[in-house]
Design a protein around this ligand. Structure first.
Ligand SMILES: [Zn+2]
Ligand SMILES: [Zn+2]
Length: 333
């Protein structure tokens, strides 16, 4: 099989992913499936893995955790998924099932979880394996490359939105307008929530308005109204004070990324009146299933920019420099 493999983390400008064509196709274990990958989304977390902003868990590693493909082979103990099924693999690759988090409906916080494209190989490849219990059937109606960004950008955006606890008629600020934001905006609109997009990039502000944001402004520009909730998707800690100052009493600020630069000191006045700041970590399988059902009903439209698998380095560079409108996707077969 062919894959883009990371041997040493480095800034993406140095094109650290190596194309390897002579790799053995992995054999699925009894509980796993082998997937012929057709598309794999490019996520900011991949950038954090490749550039070494997250601690190294596996090296070399094949990144990529928004995999869409067709099952080629199923292990002997697999049920519910069969060869020929179109499936997706997300960031949450496997959980232990027995820790206190797994047992209380918080498998996203599992102490022994595996993560696709980070602690195990992912989908920047022509083939990938995943435990059958952790793959999703991709609903018809989405092409492979449109479905790929739903698997992390979509699911994490959805979880972030749920954690912001908003009702119809509420106002939501979205800070940073990449792949996750452009999906979360569509879900928020479907729920009757007014979206205010705060982002440094003019093209992203334009896309936000096209998708139905009521207002779009700069990354730290105060929106015209107080926000009932806000989500920061940009990995920039310096946005936290601006978002808190825009938040109404009792509002929740959700930090949607796995990594964030240093957060400046906060003034207690910005937090007082029961404002909440919280992060989002990973997703549960329930989040994934709920979101995919919802994505069909809305229906979510993903704006994607495709890159051949061999150009994964170029895709990561484009992502880092805000040059992708919507979501980047690698075409793997
Ligand atoms: Zn667990
Ligand atoms: Zn991701």
């Amino acid at each position: 099989m062919t894959a883009c493999v990371l041997h040493h983390s480095a800034p993406v400008e140095k094109n650290p992913l190596q194309i390897q064509e002579d790799l053995a196709v992995p054999e699925p274990g009894p509980d796993s499936v082998l997937i012929r990958v057709s598309a794999c989304g490019v996520c900011r977390t991949d950038l954090h893995v490749v550039e070494g902003e997250l601690p190294i868990k596996k090296m070399p590693v094949i990144p990529g955790h928004q995999i869409v493909g067709v099952v080629e082979k199923a292990g002997s103990a697999v049920f519910g998924v069969a060869p020929g099924d179109r499936v997706g693999v997300a960031w949450l690759h496997h959980t232990c099932g027995v820790c206190k988090y797994c047992k209380s409906g918080k498998e996203n916080l599992c102490e022994r979880a595996d993560f696709t494209g980070y602690t195990v190989n992912g989908g920047y490849a022509t083939h990938a394996v995943a435990p059958a219990a952790f793959v999703y059937h991709i609903p018809p109606g989405f092409k492979d490359c449109q479905a790929a960004p739903l698997l992390c950008a979509g699911i994490i955006g959805y979880r972030a939105l749920k954690l912001a606890s908003l009702h119809a008629g509420a106002s939501l600020g979205i800070y940073g307008f990449g792949a996750a934001a452009h999906v979360a905006l569509q879900v928020a609109r479907f729920w009757g929530i007014d979206v205010y997009a705060c982002t440094r990039d003019e093209r992203h502000r334009k896309l936000a308005l096209e998708l139905g944001a009521v207002w779009a402004g700069g990354a730290t520009e105060p929106p015209p109204n107080r926000l009932d909730g806000a989500i920061i998707f940009a990995p920039a800690g310096e946005i936290v004070p601006a978002a808190l100052r825009a938040l109404d009493k009792g509002g929740t600020l959700v930090l949607g990324g796995i990594h964030m630069s240093h957060i400046p000191p906060l003034d207690y006045d910005w937090l007082y009146h029961e404002r909440v700041v919280r992060s989002v970590a990973n997703n549960t399988r329930e989040d994934g299933r709920e979101f995919l059902d919802l994505a069909v009903r809305i229906p979510v439209e993903t704006h994607t920019e495709s890159f051949p698998l061999r150009e994964a380095n170029r895709a990561l560079n484009a992502l880092k420099h805000d040059a992708i409108r919507g979501a980047g996707v690698l075409i793997c077969n």
